[in-house]
Design a protein around this ligand. Structure first.
Ligand code: DMJ
Length: 685
């Protein structure tokens, strides 16, 4: 027995490599095996050891191989395949890098509304004695938002980054730092992630380009250049986001209710061009005059309410009636008031019920109304969050019928039994006028805007309607007593739910309107401890974004009351979606206006970046997503809600703007869809 010579071994290998015949191959495999057996045990051990060392070395050195040298993993190939499928369906998909440069915006200076009166810079001091003052929660950061920090600093590929071949691209500056984060482009299966041009210096003023940064209304000293430059860059980022969303809507969904940006088509809900109407005042405020003009044109020539269609009273009131009234107030254009009167009158049949509690649905063509098919109940928030709009319609038309029907609802609810320290059940029956499903209390879905509108109606009416104030103050006490808790570990304050005396530590993202509303109340002279609670809840809502891998909040969060395992927030798989909702940004706007604490702006900026990173779709539009915990594939839901343009982007803009006269909160009150109405100069008749 003797080992094969090196020459034999090489010739064996080469001949194997070139053989395509099964028999030859088989024969050679056998002779190879024979030769292997002919080796001494020592020789075989040495060869095996050598192979093992090569394998270990290979595994250890794999992460440092430059990305372009790596081969695709199965998952990479799968992603690439899926991208291809999406592209095949959508022949015009453009890389975001190929998009034409964003249009230079018209000056936003014309968007000032309301008389120029100095702002109220008062920062509300804690005054009230009632609420337990919880210690401020430590700010916990979630370091893995964009991949392991070590890898990011090294300039290595982060876990959000995939090779160019996969239509996933990264543009990253050599140097680290905050600004550089904003230059990243990552895309995934059709939804993208665009380099944020906003962090670039704003275009120089040449008449057509962006206006100079508005002077801060609350300060005699001009802001330092870098601060004002950043402000303008952030405002421009919001305009860019709006233009991108609008482009998608215009290209694929024009005149329909909502854009489906991935499939590049539209969704219809009521068939009223919801996105256009919801966006009108946002375009006005952002100074997007061209876009506003085309939308106005559509309202004038195409919008008709004379349609045999069932609409939801609440949604149509807050989005359509609210959007038209707000735009009329901002522009003075009679077209919008005429349209508002038309839809307002068509919604009135909803109030013809035995109890005067309105039905949920109205056929605006036939003039008939009905409850949902499965019940004669209406949702409490829906019947008590239409008041600002109907009252404003009465003021503008001098026709009291609108305000009478909605005031009647508030009167009924005010004296109705079944409340729990000011907290209200979620349903009310349209026949009996009584609460149903008693014993369940939440500030989330189905009840949220009841609380919001108690305060806002009181403000709208010049703070004269005492029943509204009484109900609001009682409700806040009820919230503090029954629903507010802190997590065991990070001391995060949250608002849970009560189900027949059982506390459920669950909070909808919708509840994140509450910090803003509490702050607004405190600003209007209500107890200072409302502001303390607002500050704490704002922190929690911020953490609901910050602790998620995508930097975006889930629809629902669960909180941990135990200190033991150190984790404050849990998200159930079914609750991991994000619908581009506005509530946290809305509250950040109020908190910034009343405290001038710039951390609220920075938190808002992080959220805008996350929307751009994980929900922006190439070719136009933003999409809601299914999984805020999966940075690689957040799973687009293919829907851009009208409130993303009507509310979320508007509140971003107002949050970043230094112009405190832009919808001054001492002169305007926002409806629950972010449409602004003037605070009445005198009490209602
Ligand atoms: C909007 O239509 C309104 O803000 C409403 O009050 C709640 N739902 C959406 C936004 O989340």
């Amino acid at each position: 027995m003797y080992p094969p010579s090196r020459k034999d071994f090489i010739s064996l290998t080469l001949s194997d490599a070139h053989s395509h015949s099964y028999n030859n191959g088989k024969h050679r495999r056998q002779s190879c095996w024979r030769k292997w057996k002919q080796l001494s045990r020592l020789q075989r051990s040495l060869i095996l050891l050598l192979l093992a060392l090569i394998l270990i070395f290979g595994l250890l050195s794999y992460p440092s191989i430059p990305p372009e040298w790596k081969t695709f993993s199965d998952r990479d190939e799968w992603l690439e395949l899926n991208d291809r499928e999406v592209k095949d369906d959508l022949p015009d998909v453009q890389s975001v890098l190929d998009l034409p440069a964003a249009k230079v915006p018209p000056p936003a200076a014309g968007s000032h509304v309301g008389p120029a009166v100095g702002p109220d810079p008062a920062v509300v001091e804690p005054k009230g004695p009632n609420i337990p003052i919880f210690p401020k929660p430590p700010i916990k950061s979630f370091p893995n938002k964009r991949g392991p920090p070590g890898m990011r600093k090294d300039g290595n590929i982060s876990d959000t980054v995939v090779e160019k071949k996969q239509v996933q691209e990264v543009v990253e500056e050599e140097e680290g730092g905050e600004e550089d984060k904003e230059k990243k482009i990552v895309s995934w299966r059709g939804a993208v992630i665009q380099a944020d041009q906003a962090t670039e210096p704003p275009p120089s003023a040449n008449g057509k380009e962006a206006a100079a940064p508005p002077a801060p209304a609350d300060s005699a000293d001009p802001l330092p250049l870098d601060v004002s430059g950043r402000t303008e860059a952030r405002l421009e980022a919001v305009r860019d986001a709006f233009r991108h969303a609008w482009k998608g809507y215009k290209d694929y969904a024009w005149g329909h209710d909502e854009l489906k940006p991935i499939s590049r088509t539209f969704g219809e809900w009521f068939g009223l061009g919801l996105t256009i109407i919801d966006s009108l005042d946002t375009m006005w405020i952002l100074g997007l005059r061209e876009e506003f003009a085309e939308a106005r044109d559509w309202v004038e020539k195409e919008l008709s309410f004379d349609k045999n269609v069932d609409v939801n009273l609440f949604e149509t009131t807050i989005r359509v009636l609210g959007g038209l009234l707000s735009t009329y107030n901002l522009t003075g254009d009679q077209l919008f008031l005429d349209k508002a009167k038309d839809i307002g009158a068509r919604l009135m049949p909803a109030f013809k019920t035995p109890s005067k509690i309105p039905f949920s649905d109205v056929n605006i063509g036939k003039g008939t109304a009905h409850p949902p098919r499965w019940t004669s109940d209406s949702t409490l928030a829906e019947v008590t969050s239409i008041q600002l709009e109907f009252r404003e319609l009465s003021r503008l038309t001098q026709d009291p019928q609108y305000q009478e029907v909605v005031n009647e609802v508030m009167k009924l609810v005010h004296k109705l039994p079944g409340k729990h320290d000011g907290l209200v059940p979620m349903f009310i029956n349209t026949n009996s006028g009584q609460f149903t499903h008693k014993g369940v209390f939440t500030l989330g879905a189905r009840a949220d805007s009841y609380y919001e509108y108690l305060l806002k109606q009181w403000i709208q009416g010049g703070k004269t309607e005492d029943d509204l104030l009484e109900d609001y103050l009682q409700a806040v006490e009820g919230v503090k007593k029954h629903l507010v808790r802190q997590t065991g570990s990070g001391r995060l304050t949250f608002v849970g739910e009560l189900s027949h005396t059982r506390f459920n530590p669950k909070m909808d993202h919708l509840v994140c309107f509450l910090p803003g509303t509490l702050a607004l109340g405190a600003h209007n002279g209500l107890p200072g401890d409302h502001m303390d609670l607002a500050v704490q809840l704002m922190e929690t809502c911020h953490q609901m974004y910050k602790q998620m891998e995508t930097g975006l909040s889930p629809e629902i969060a669960h909180f941990n009351l135990q200190a033991s395992d150190g984790q404050d927030i849990f998200v159930k798989p079914a609750d991991r979606h994000n619908l581009l909702r506005p509530e946290t940004v809305e509250s950040l706007f109020y908190m910034y206006r009343f405290t001038k604490d710039t951390k609220y702006r920075d938190w808002g900026w992080d959220i805008l970046e996350s929307f751009n990173n994980h929900t922006k779709v190439p070719g136009g539009g933003y999409t809601s997503i299914n999984n805020v915990r999966d940075i690689e594939n957040p799973a687009p839901r293919d829907k851009m809600e009208s409130f993303f343009l009507g509310e979320t982007l508007k509140y971003f803009y107002l949050l970043f703007s230094d112009d405190m006269e832009l919808l001054n909160l001492d002169k305007y009150v926002f409806n629950t869809e972010a449409h602004a109405f003037p605070i009445w100069p005198s009490p209602p008749k």
